[in-house]
Design a protein around this ligand. Structure first.
Ligand SMILES: Cc1cc2nc3c(=O)[nH]c(=O)nc-3n(C[C@H](O)[C@H](O)[C@H](O)COP(=O)(O)OP(=O)(O)OC[C@H]3O[C@@H](n4cnc5c(N)ncnc54)[C@H](O)[C@@H]3O)c2cc1C
Length: 434
């Protein structure tokens, strides 16, 4: 991302042919979530005529994956015209990896700090060839890597779910298997399985859009990462619970999944940073499109066939538009707490839309069509809880009461939406433990 064609040819070829390991050095001790607080400096080196021939890098990087084992390093540093990425090679004088961190999870992955002391980089290794492109490039990188981390969350979550299901089918307590106890399946399995199914549908949709070269999918990457990694992490936690004392023992592996998956809610931008981005950019998009962005999403859902809860979700998405405009007009969006409540509504609605669409046209083999429709309806109910409760907190929970919202919120027909909830849980549960 961001490399000139010459740089892409030079480095990607080597990475592919020589199997090089690459590290990505952005984070610093003082610049974590706030990359702009970057302190590493790239000073120009000039020849006798005053032309740039290279850069001298000085600074400190923190938590760099593969930092101690990489052959190539992409390093973000502040150049005179702004933050810029540079490529350095292992063994370059002035590039010193520190001690491998003793971590909570992903313990087989190398993570370490890097010290840059008068590290000389030729000008040909300034990515893109122009200074000041670094933050734009790192945002573009996130468009891919956040979706990738979302898939880590999905994979870890699915593995935890499968192990819990297998255990529940075998473990007998009180004369029957755990899989036969509703308090177990409907608490520890079904809600997690539904969320993971929703996450999968959303990831597939965004991946398809990326594959057709659609640009500017950064917010979608944030939604996918935020939702999926939190869902995977919650599943892994419930997997430990679901295996009881055995879940707490290393041999049964779910505690390892829990430790490994936790990093996905932290790196490539924490969950809170994703919530910040989602609310900020979706609010902007809603205002700029005069509400059409979410109206179009609602219209598409209203046209879907089948019994997926799509029409109910469409009504919530129209309500989301009102929440955004009213909250903004009443200036409660100045509160970060409110914007995070909005980010959650946006996330659940958009992920829900992907699941409704997938369920409506589902002819896959992994699940039955009935399972997908029931999962979709269950997820729409969860979204309804988010929209209603978060909406109430925004409407009456702030110093300024957002009067225009009260009537709209009570118009959300929760009584109808919750009908047949248990029946759908029974359906999903029976297919999970079959
Ligand atoms: C195992 C591992 C591997 C990593 N690999 C890499 C790598 O290869 N390359 C790389 O460059 N970095 C890497 N990182 C760094 C990682 O991306 C950062 O740790 C992460 O972005 C968070 O930064 P921080 O640790 O400084 O936390 P902080 O930014 O200090 O955040 C601490 C807490 O405050 C919250 N917070 C921060 N700002 C806000 C805000 N504005 N509003 C609300 N809450 C906020 C955060 O969500 C978090 O909960 C890695 C980290 C780890 C642990």
């Amino acid at each position: 991302v961001g490399g000139t064609p010459e740089q892409q040819e030079r480095f990607i070829r080597r990475i592919a042919e020589e199997g090089l390991i690459v590290a990505y050095g952005v984070t610093e001790p003082e610049a974590g979530s706030n990359v702009q607080a970057l302190k590493t400096k790239a000073e120009r080196i000039l020849d006798d005529k005053g032309d740039i021939i290279g850069y001298r890098l000085n600074g400190q990087k923190q938590f760099i994956t593969n930092g101690g084992v990489a052959q190539l390093y992409t390093i973000l540093a502040e150049a005179p015209d702004g933050p810029s990425f540079f490529i350095a090679e292992a063994g370059d004088q002035g590039l010193t990896p520190g001690r491998h961190e003793d971590k909570h999870g992903i313990r087989a992955s190398d993570t370490c700090p890097l010290t840059l002391e008068d590290l000389i980089v030729p000008k040909e290794n300034l990515i893109g060839g122009i200074e000041g492109q670094g933050l734009k490039q790192s945002n573009e990188v996130f468009g891919y890597t956040r979706l990738m981390v979302a898939t880590f969350g999905l994979g870890g979550g699915m593995a935890a779910l499968e192990k819990t299901i297998a255990y529940a089918k075998e473990r007998v307590q009180f004369g029957s298997t755990l899989a036969e106890k509703e308090g177990y399946t409907h608490k520890l399995l079904v809600p997690n399985a539904v969320r993971l199914e929703a996450a999968r549908a959303y990831i597939e949709e965004v991946a398809r859009r990326l594959d057709t070269n659609e640009k500017d999918l950064q917010v979608e990457g944030s939604i996918a990462k935020y939702f999926t990694t939190e869902a995977g992490n919650a599943m892994a936690d419930d997997a430990i619970q679901g295996l009881g004392g055995y879940g707490y023992i290393r041999e049964y592996e779910v505690e390892k999944i829990k430790r490994d998956i936790k990093i996905t809610t932290i790196y490539e931008g924490t969950s809170e940073i994703q919530q910040r981005l989602i609310s900020m950019f979706r609010l902007q998009k809603t205002v700029r499109s005069k509400g059409d962005y979410y109206k179009d999403m609602a219209k598409e859902l209203e046209s879907l066939a089948g019994d997926t809860g799509a029409k109910e979700l469409a009504a919530m998405i129209r309500l989301l538009n009102d929440i955004i405009f009213e909250a903004r007009a009443n200036k409660v969006t100045r509160s970060q707490y409110v914007t995070f409540l909005m980010a959650d509504i946006m996330t659940w609605c958009e992920v829900g839309a992907a699941l409704c669409k997938k369920a409506a046209g589902y002819d896959g083999k992994a699940r039955s069509h009935e399972f997908m429709e029931a999962a979709s309806r269950l997820f729409v109910r969860e979204a309804a809880e988010k929209v209603y409760l978060n909406g109430l907190k925004i409407c009456v929970g702030c110093d300024t009461e957002v009067k225009g919202l009260a009537g709209r919120l009570s118009g959300l027909n929760l009584m109808d939406i919750m009908k047949n909830n248990l029946k759908d849980m029974d359906m999903v549960s029976s297919e999970l433990v079959r």
